[in-house]
Design a protein around this ligand. Structure first.
Ligand code: ADP
Ligand code: MG
Length: 313
């Protein structure tokens, strides 16, 4: 099969692909955790052209903390830290995926991690109202003052720094990603939602903000003409009455039905809401399916046997 005959799959990996709940998150653990999703993606890549995107929450939080532990070198802004996590996580994904491909006796499959810029609108109100928590929970005395220039808010988990989370407008490298995928490269990109930039003429300026990785992945999926969007996380799918005795995983659901569930308030901002919004946007724009599934079930979800499947009516 020539690459162009293979459909395009975009897999967005949640934070738990690298660090499981309750783990310290050592590099050894992160490599170990990646084996399960990478084995599945390696298998799928025989029949699909593949794009992998990923979160970076804990990793960027650790880098932020490192900034504050040392005054001997200049402090780095958030956009630089996001770029660093795209490099470090891209490296870990590539090496684990290459190993998984060799276990499948795939002699050669080109892989590439791409630094990705995502354009945001300078007038996006989210840039003026920081709401997205980043970095570790801070002890109350520290919480009184902005830390490293970031405002601090009392969030569901405790006192944390917050930044703006603007809407992604376009993925700067969408053409390059599309061309590489057509050559059957497996492309790792949009890490941490991408580096948010504002256009300045032909150039770009980074901004201190974080783009939701599921919304960025959905946009990229539309811009490169992906056939299936899979968002892999640590639950089996989107649930109604989450956390209550009557909680229930949604299976196949139409956009119309999903919109009703969203209005009823089943999905909180910052976790499940961006996933269902990302899936709805993809399905609405393309008429194709978006799936929310667990990291264990990526292959099952691709074959239609697991996860919440968001479909047009
Ligand atoms: P990721 O790193 O994969 O983006 P998130 O923490 O952002 O992970 O989102 C997944 C989390 O959303 C789950 O671990 C779950 O605790 C939470 N969640 C909140 N509401 C729901 C819901 N209605 N259905 C399923 N999961 C939910
Ligand atoms: Mg998330």
């Amino acid at each position: 099969m020539t690459p162009r005959n293979k459909p395009i799959l975009l897999v967005a990996l949640g934070g738990n692909a690298l660090i499981r709940k309750g783990q310290e998150g050592s590099i050894r653990q992160q490599f170990e955790n990646l084996r399960l999703p990478m084995r599945q993606i390696a298998g799928l890549s025989l029949d699909w052209r593949v794009i992998i995107t990923h979160g970076n929450g804990p990793q960027v939080g650790d880098l932020l903390l490192q900034q504050e532990c040392c005054d001997k070198v200049p402090k780095l802004p958030l956009e630089i830290l996001v770029a660093q996590t795209e490099g470090q996580i891209g490296y870990m994904i590539e090496s684990t995926l290459d190993q998984a491909l060799s276990e499948l006796n795939v002699a050669y499959r080109p892989l590439v991690s791409m630094l990705t810029y995502v354009v945001v609108d300078r007038d996006d109100p989210a840039l003026r109202e920081p709401t997205k928590p980043i970095g570790p929970v801070l002890a109350p005395p520290e919480a009184a003052e902005p830390v490293a220039g970031y405002p601090v808010r009392n969030t569901a988990k405790g006192w944390r720094r917050v930044v703006g989370s603007p809407e992604p407008v376009t993925i700067v490298e969408r053409r390059e990603i599309g061309q590489l995928v057509d050559l059957d490269f497996i492309v790792i990109c949009c890490g941490g939602g991408g580096i948010p930039v504002i256009r300045e003429g032909r150039g770009f300026n980074g901004v201190d903000a974080v783009i939701d990785k599921d919304l960025a992945s959905s946009l990229l999926a539309r811009e490169v003409g992906a056939d299936l969007l899979v968002m892999a996380t640590d639950v089996e799918g989107a649930m109604i009455h989450y956390g209550k005795p009557e909680q229930q995983v949604l299976g196949e659901i139409t956009i119309h039905e999903l919109s009703k569930r969203m209005e009823e308030g089943h999905f909180p901002a910052g976790s499940m809401l961006p996933k269902v919004r990302a899936g709805r946007r993809f399905a609405l724009a393309t008429g194709k399916t978006a799936v929310i599934c667990s990291i264990e079930n990526i292959e099952e979800a691709v074959s239609g046997r697991a996860g919440t499947r968001i479909v047009t009516g």
